[in-house]
Design a binder for this molecule. Structure first.
Ligand code: DOR
Length: 443
């Protein structure tokens, strides 16, 4: 099957051009193909922009085990609608993904459920280094240096030293210092309202744990990716471009602050917690100047019923995968960044950080994971229209300009004219860790 996308404004690795792109089977067959090129389908993309599919490198899809709030089928449809063509999923499912066998089982599950491409991290425990060493077919190792949803905390120094010393896959981590969180929890009597969440999981907790993880990475010369940076202070740690450290920002830490608890309450309770508007601004600045390379969602669905329990019973996390690209395109329209920067943060950089083969760029021979976006379209996010199984969005009622309107996964159109096509499954992303990560593959 050949699809010709005609007259789009195409975001290429080094240029943005008005041209046409030919999808040939599962790959990008040609850019600016000959004028007489024929295809099975021709899409007139006049007035639209064509970008690589988004790679979301931090999602929690709850499958297996917690499928009352999300599963791979619903979540992958939400991805397709949001322009996310590949997701990398975290190991805090039930059971946890902490052995090679569990990893294989998850891959098998996704092969029969996910309509977009997928990859799964292997989770660290205090004593599974042998599994971490054997694991293949994975972007890398996830450590919870700081407890969150699921019981996956690893914060003893000796265990962390072993993981960094004896494993070779890239490592990523949730960084909040457990001792600080515990002491604060005591101080605030467990927390009486959601405002206390940010006092318990405070700036000190974030900075201490991120500093500790970066120290481990540098001493062991081990590639390390800092997840969901929540404080301006942490961004000061990313000034040393030694080639080992990359970092990620999430839309909620860019666009929500402690001021939003009054309006949204526990809906915006997440880990790491929200900080101040000044932190939002400093994280944004770090994205603009390249200290933070990746934007990803930390999509962490819980049902509204669960979320509406009084703090601290309410669970942490919020869904975002179907709105993250639109949230960032809206920023393009507001003049805060360029479309090319969004493509770097959401497509190219995650592909490079995780050594993903043939994705993240529009280039001949690359996988035809593509998204057409309409930068002029305005629409309001509505809970009723969310495809995530949890059925709500913290951005409900928000009007955004700039939306994905068509998504292809390996040449197959999974989303067009507001409708999902779930007749074909996505494929496992391939990782070539010999590439050496973000800094090694810059051109
Ligand atoms: O708020 C969060 N929720 N942060 C995490 O790191 C985990 C996530 C979840 O799985 O619910």
């Amino acid at each position: 099957m050949k699809t010709l996308i005609r007259n789009a404004t195409v975001v290429l690795p080094h240029d943005t051009l008005r041209t046409s792109v030919l999808i040939d089977g599962e790959r990008i067959g040609a850019i600016d193909p000959a004028i007489h090129t024929t295809a099975d389908e021709v899409v007139d993309a006049h007035g639209l922009h064509l970008i690589p599919g988004v790679i979301d490198d931090q999602v929690h899809f709850r499958d297996p085990g917690l499928t009352h709030k999300e599963d791979l089928a619903a979540a992958s449809r939400a991805c397709a609608k949001g322009g996310v063509t590949t997701f990398l999923e975290m190991p805090n499912t039930n059971p946890t993904t902490t052995t090679c066998q569990r990893l294989e089982e998850k891959l098998l599950l996704a092969a029969g459920k996910s309509i977009v491409n997928y990859g799964f991290y292997v989770g660290a425990t205090t004593d599974n280094v042998a599994e971490l060493r054997r694991a293949e077919r994975t972007p890398g190792i996830k450590i919870f240096i700081g407890s969150s949803t699921g019981n996956m905390l690893v914060d003893e120094q000796q265990a962390l030293e072993r993981i960094f010393a004896e494993s070779s896959l890239p490592i990523t981590a949730h960084c909040e210092d457990e001792n600080t969180v515990r002491a604060n929890r005591e101080r605030f009597d467990g927390g009486r309202s959601v405002d206390d969440h940010s006092r318990i999981r405070d700036e000190t907790a974030a900075i201490l744990a991120t500093t500790r993880a970066i120290d481990l990475a540098k001493r062991h010369r081990h590639r390390f990716h800092v997840l969901h940076v929540s404080t301006g202070a942490e961004t000061e740690l990313f000034r040393d471009h030694s080639g080992l450290i990359t970092a990620e920002a999430c839309p909620h830490h860019l666009f929500f602050s402690v001021d939003d608890y009054a309006r949204l309450g526990t809906l915006v309770q997440m880990n790491p917690s929200l900080k101040t508007r000044a932190d939002n601004a400093r994280i944004w600045q770090a994205l603009l100047d390249g200290r933070i390379q990746v934007v990803a969602t930390d999509h962490a669905p819980h049902t509204l019923e669960e979320k509406k329990q009084p703090y601290p019973k309410s669970p942490s996390g919020l869904p975002a995968v179907e709105n993250s690209l639109a949230l960032m395109l809206n920023q393009v329209n507001l003049g805060r960044c360029s479309l090319e920067q969004v493509v770097h943060w959401m497509c190219e950089a995650p592909a490079r950080v995780w050594d993903i083969v043939d994705k993240g760029r529009i280039e001949v021979g690359y996988d035809a994971d593509l998204v057409l976006v309409d930068l002029g379209r305005t629409a309001t996010i509505r809970n009723e229209e969310q495809l995530t199984k949890c059925g709500w969005s913290p951005w409900h009622g928000e009007s955004l300009t700039g939306w994905p309107v068509r998504t292809w996964v390996r040449g197959h159109c999974v989303f067009a004219k507001g409708k999902i096509d779930a007749t074909r499954f996505g494929a496992e992303a391939r990782f070539d860790h010999a590439r050496g990560g973000y800094w090694a593959t810059q051109d």
